[in-house]
Design a protein around this ligand. Sequence first.
Ligand code: GLA
Length: 380
Amino acid sequence: MNTDELFHQHFGADDEAFSLRSPGRVNLIGEHIDYNDGFVLPIAVPLEVHLKVRPRADRRVELYAAEFDERLSFSLDNLRHQNTWIDYVQGVARELAGASVPLHGFEGVVTSGVPVASGLSSSAAIEVAAALAFTHLAQQPMAAVDIAKLCQKAENNFVGVNCGIMDQMAVAACRADHALLLDCRDFSTRQVPFRLKNHALIVTDSAAPRTLAGSAYNERRAQCEAGLAYLQTKLPHIVSLRDVTPAELTEHGTGLDPVVRKRVQHVVDEIARTIYACEELEKENLAVFGQCMNASHESLAQLYEVSSPELDWLTDWARQQPGVLGSRLTGAGFGGCTVTLIENSGVDAFLAGLPPAYKAALNRDARCWVCTAVDGAQVL
Ligand code: GLA
């Protein structure tokens, strides 16, 4: 059943209802550098959360989530953790209230085409959808960047995940046929044309559990902070690892703890690589862009150590296929998805060949999507 039919079934007439869509995202390049003031280059993908809601007279929010066949609710006057998907909505409500946005109750249906726990930002998609619903009802539209910051705070403060700004910003601010070059220091953005003619982008879900994702993610962040603190003793002007040049790291990095040194090397290299890759993308030099994707993966695997046997296998396999320009893990790592840039002529064989080969090698069921860049979240 689609969202309209489900709404009808669970909530009846839809006279005052409105709908909105909120996509997942993949990052093309620029990984684990959003929390180091770096640059990221995500696109919004056509795997989307859909929300259809109508206002309520009271201050309750009640939602039926089709994916879990579960109807949950909360009072806007009593936000308490339920340790489930509705916490994303509650977290957004709390941040909006803190920003003095008048909150109104609503009820409706949420359906999701963004696979959960696959690293495609299903949580950011729900958060941004909720923020749009609340601000639409309050008749107080907010700029995409403010929505993204608010949703990041909801995730940090209420959900308790210490994520950077990339996911919420991608979901809120991406444009169709464009990648979003985001400067995570000042939140300035550039829409970079990403309309592939002779090539395609394939997103592959490794279907491997991301059990380490939370704890190891926080550990990586702490290692970056430790590296920054040390380097600041040598380079007092630096505010973040963004300010460290490769030459400065070579000169001053010897005193770093060896593991921290590797993490910082990734960050410094990946920031430079992302700027370079983006310039090449703008020149439509996809071959070089693909090489940058490969180099990014190697760095994430060897220096940042956030890959996994599955992600390494998928990217290795991809690079051996006809027409592939580059392949890398995307998102936090430890499972989740890869992105592969490939000539159109190779797509069918890739899609047919990957699942059985992966199954035979690692006994898991991969899923692939050919993804174009779609618009960020919007009220329809
Ligand atoms: C997760 C986080 C983002 C970002 C990526 C890694 O998706 O939510 O903020 O740090 O990992 O690039």
